[in-house]
Design a protein around this ligand. Structure first.
Ligand code: PEP
Length: 250
């Protein structure tokens, strides 16, 4: 049985003081939920959010991390530093990292392996651009991102991996994949994971959908067999919009 997992990626929004106020309000609002809830604040906002969420089950994650543990890497933040703050979850391979900062599958894979070896939980993002989808390359792109992103990850380590299928054309655009299209992509990814690992790993894998998820579409998406959660950007920035997503089953 896969437990629903709803995550909010705050991107470059929320100062430490805003994040703390928001986190307190969110914690109160989601108290008692059966859904796993995660928020990913910007690095500098993490300590304030961790403090504000003491006693809450909401997980705090980083949106990225360095592929090195320490040294001369100006502007980077390491797993060691995150762990010192109590952070053990990290989003890797978000499409904005891929498109705006040139992160490729091999680079993302290095981070995935490092995060796992540091005992962290990884939310690995994959997804095609509109151009790739229209050129009939959906499965080719997802296969490459999954195979290369997870290279060297053992079946045992797969319990620390969540995949987020986020069609790039649906992120921040207001366009959502239909529940059927999203489910078909998730089913494809699950079958790929079964081929790479085994049926047990594939059946237990949590695959989130991301791309303009909101209160009005979350129920239909979450009703699909292979959609186990959501990675939410814009709608995770207000409790009013995020709460009905967390409470999709109510
Ligand atoms: C995201 O950034 O992962 C995302 C899905 O954003 P949005 O919900 O705003 O489309």
């Amino acid at each position: 049985m896969r437990k629903p997992y709803i995550a909010g990626n705050w991107k470059m929004n929320m100062t430490p003081s805003e994040g703390a106020v928001f986190a307190k309000e969110l914690a109160k609002a989601v108290e008692g939920t059966n859904t796993k809830v995660m928020v990913a604040p910007p690095y500098v906002t993490i300590p304030a959010v961790v403090e504000a969420l003491k006693g809450s089950d909401i997980i705090v994650a980083a949106q990225n991390m360095s592929d090195n543990l320490k040294g001369a890497f100006t502007g980077e933040v390491s797993a060691t530093m995150l762990k010192d703050l109590g952070i053990t979850n990290v989003i890797l391979g978000h499409s904005e990292r891929r498109a705006l900062y040139g992160e490729n599958d091999a680079f993302i894979n290095r981070k995935v392996l490092l995060a796992l070896s540091e005992g962290m939980e990884v939310d690995l993002c994959i997804g095609e651009t509109l151009e790739e989808r229209e050129a009939g390359k959906l499965e080719e792109v997802l296969s490459r991102q999954v195979e290369e992103g997870l290279k060297g990850v053992s079946a045992e380590q797969m319990q620390h991996i969540t995949l987020a299928y986020e069609p790039v054309w649906a992120i921040g655009t207001g366009k959502t994949a239909t529940p059927e299209d999203a489910d078909a992509a998730h089913a494809f990814v699950r079958s790929l994971v079964e081929k790479l690992y085994n049926k047990g790993v594939a059946e237990e894998l949590i695959i989130q959908y991301g791309g303009s998820v909101k209160a009005s579409n979350v129920k239909a998406l979450m009703s699909k067999e292979h959609i186990d959660g959501a990675l939410v950007g814009g709608a995770s920035l207000s409790v009013e919009q995020f709460l009905p997503i967390v409470n999709f089953d109510k």
